[in-house]
Design a protein around this ligand. Structure first.
Ligand SMILES: Nc1ncnc2c1ncn2[C@@H]1O[C@H](COP(=O)(O)OP(=O)(O)OP(=O)(O)O)[C@@H](O)[C@H]1O
Ligand SMILES: [Mg+2]
Length: 267
């Protein structure tokens, strides 16, 4: 089913995510609605456990089997829940790509970085291996790495290089939207800034839509057009980034800003 008003946009309506495991249920996301326009950068911020990853992973339908998901996620008006599994798999690479939380640790150890990328190009775009290797070098260079690094195994790259390689992999099929879950959290502050600058440059240059998950509200405010503040699975506050960070309306948003500022002073 298609809705013309949703063109060029991911729309999340009344999303709820409830995990059911080990006889326990956890309501991780509770009735959240927001949009990610193509050409826009939306920051999803909140403390650990507030439901950021659960909300992000619900978009491409990548939550664990048995998780109860209600609400609607659509892209360009297409309800993603109505796609067949193989159609959704194609969308995940070609339309909505993902840099998952802890991406730097999710490479397969015995495959080179280049092989990770060429397999995606071969599977989703039917690209022959030789052309794939050339494309992999281009993708790594776009992501700020030397193309020759494709011959390396994941353990032969630094954390920052692995994060950039994860970005190159996500960009392999030229998606319209990127979902990046804490893409720089495990990095030192200088490398964090460099990797984020690269992501923003690529996203802005290509007119992509970006959902950036981070716990660092001031950092997100400097990059994003819109900010969504999550608390206990709900949206505590949302709006233009400058407004949310410069004139927060909710005590929780102020708390998040102050907590990061205090950490910065301590550093
Ligand atoms: N696979 C799962 N099974 C059961 N509960 C889960 C699962 N994944 C997350 N949760 C629970 O859902 C809640 C939200 O977790 P989520 O990972 O979405 O938070 P987050 O905001 O991304 O946190 P962080 O900043 O630490 O990454 C937490 O209470 C968490 O324990
Ligand atoms: Mg998370």
């Amino acid at each position: 089913m298609s809705n013309q008003n949703d063109a060029g946009k991911i729309t999340i309506e009344r999303l709820s995510v409830t995990y059911c495991s080990g006889g326990r249920t956890t309501r991780a996301v509770r009735g959240c609605s927001f949009g990610i326009p193509k050409g826009g950068i939306v920051g999803l911020v909140g403390e650990s456990g507030s439901g950021k990853t659960s909300a992000l992973m619900a978009i491409p339908g990548l939550l664990p089997t048995g998780t109860l998901v209600t609400g609607r996620v659509s892209c360009d008006g297409t309800n993603l829940a109505e796609l067949k599994e193989e159609e959704l798999a194609a969308w995940r690479w070609r339309r909505i790509a993902l840099v998952p939380q802890g991406a730097m640790n999710s490479f397969t150890p015995h495959l080179t970085i280049g092989r990770h990328i060429t397999e995606v190009l071969s599977h989703h775009l039917k690209m022959p291996i030789k052309a794939g290797r050339e494309r992999a070098a281009e993708l790594l260079e776009t992501s700020g790495l030397d193309g020759f690094l494709q011959a390396r195994y994941p353990h032969e790259l630094s954390g920052g290089q692995k994060q950039r390689a994860a970005l190159a992999l996500a960009l392999a099929c030229e998606p319209d939207f990127l979902l990046a879950d804490e893409p720089t959290t495990a990095l030192d502050v200088i490398t964090q800034k460099e990797v984020l600058d690269t992501i923003v440059k690529i996203v802005r240059g290509r007119g992509m839509g970006l959902l950036l998950v981070t716990h660092d509200l001031p950092l997100a405010a400097g990059i994003c057009d819109e900010l969504i503040v999550m608390k206990d699975g709900e949206i505590a506050e949302s709006g233009p980034a400058r407004q949310v960070s410069g004139n927060p309306q909710q005590p929780y948003t102020k708390l998040l800003i102050d907590a990061i500022r205090e950490m910065d002073v301590a550093r």
